[in-house]
Design a binder for this molecule. Structure first.
Ligand code: SF4
Ligand code: SF4
Length: 148
């Protein structure tokens, strides 16, 4: 990005340069608002960018969710899991999940996460005022450990 400074006529003031700390703060703020953070890897391990977006605006999420294009968006290394002792059934996590992974159980009025649909984005973790949602490592779950 810094090379862009060499061609100011190209971005015409449309690019704002942030320090690492400013970028982290920005990411955290919008992640808490419900935006999904994705890493754009233009040929792993090279990182081309870190993106904040949501469905249906995010092309990568749409490509994966609506058209099944797997390479467009891979899942994270962790999967969300609910602590049923803490869940009060408010439903906020289900409303925020961009991937349709959370349903509310009618009989128990608790949140139920379908781990096969979870991308591990963490939006639900921030959304829960009860801190009832945590993560487990995907590799510890035999049925989905190869499901990216
Ligand atoms: S946001 Fe938390 S308390 Fe509310 S339904 Fe989800 S897990 Fe339960
Ligand atoms: S971590 Fe999983 S369940 Fe939680 S919001 Fe993201 S995709 Fe949905």
């Amino acid at each position: 990005m810094f090379r862009w400074e060499e061609w100011p006529e190209r971005y015409k003031g449309g690019v704002e340069f942030l320090s690492t700390e400013e970028a982290k703060k920005h990411l955290e703020h919008w992640h808490k608002q419900g935006m999904v953070i994705t890493i754009m890897a233009f040929g792993t391990p090279y990182i081309g960018g870190i993106c904040l977006c949501d469905y249906p605006d995010c092309i990568a999420i749409r490509m994966r969710m609506d058209y099944g294009v797997k390479p467009a968006l891979l899942k994270g290394h962790q999967v969300a899991k609910v602590n049923y002792e803490e869940c009060i059934g408010c439903g906020t996590c289900a409303q925020r999940c961009q991937f349709g992974a959370i349903k509310m159980e009618i009989t128990t009025n608790k949140s139920n996460i379908d781990m096969t649909r979870c991308f591990g984005c963490g939006v639900c973790v921030y959304a829960c005022s009860r801190e009832a949602i945590g993560f487990v490592d995907r590799e510890k779950l035999p049925t989905i450990k190869e499901d990216w």
